[in-house]
Design a protein around this ligand. Structure first.
Ligand code: AMP
Length: 193
């Protein structure tokens, strides 16, 4: 199964992706996680991406498309994957179409978690507090001011990605403001199990 989860930062994509990993035994391909690992390892990509990530902007299409291309080619992604945080621009969505076609792969579903953006800042403050309480590192870009910049980047560059898939007849919208278990149930309904 190949699935894309769309929605603004803080919409619950990561949580739902993790549940799908447990249920379907396919990997979650999160460009955000991969970039954070590159930053931590101080790889050339990480060094390039760090400042733009810290300020809440988008890393260049070339970099993230390259990362995803390599990742999709790995053996554990052969039976399927969940894309979380990619594609974030129409150029990335188009590059993904080309990649999938070249590999003879098809998307099974594109799911958009539709949320009230005013509620997201409160969610993100909670995510930072919970991480802190659990002794986990708090993401620098979960600072409320940086989060607002991420939301602006979403509205400027990424909000057009859902209509791209809608036009292709591939998009399903789910109310992401429901309790997490209901969101999971709605996703299972879309996937047929
Ligand atoms: P995320 O964990 O998905 O919220 O991503 C964290 C940050 O990584 C974003 O704010 C961007 O700076 C960068 N990033 C992740 N995925 C992408 C992408 N597909 N395109 C551009 N930048 C990305």
């Amino acid at each position: 199964m190949r699935l894309i989860l769309l929605g603004p930062p803080g919409a619950g994509k990561g949580t739902q992706a993790q549940r799908l990993v447990d249920r379907h035994h396919i990997p979650q391909l999160s460009t955000g996680d991969m970039l954070r690992a590159a930053v931590a390892a101080k790889t050339p990509i990480g060094i390039k991406a760090k400042d733009v990530m810290d300020s809440g902007g988008l890393v260049s299409d070339d970099i993230v498309v390259g990362i995803i291309k390599d990742r999709i080619a790995e053996p554990d992604a052969k039976n399927g994957f969940i894309l979380d945080g990619f594609p974030r621009t129409v150029a990335q969505a188009e590059a993904l179409d080309v990649m999938l076609k070249a590999e003879g792969m098809k998307l099974d579903a594109v799911i958009e978690l539709v949320v009230d953006q005013n509620a997201l800042v409160h969610r993100i403050i909670k995510r930072a507090e919970e991480a802190k309480a659990a002794g986990q590192p708090v993401r620098k870009d979960d600072d409320p001011e940086v989060f607002k910049t991420r939301l602006e980047a979403y509205n400027r560059d990424t909000a057009v990605v859902a209509p791209y898939y809608e036009k292709a007849g591939k998009l399903t919208k789910i109310d992401g403001m429901q309790p997490m278990d209901q969101v999971s149930a709605a996703i299972a309904g879309v996937l047929g199990h």
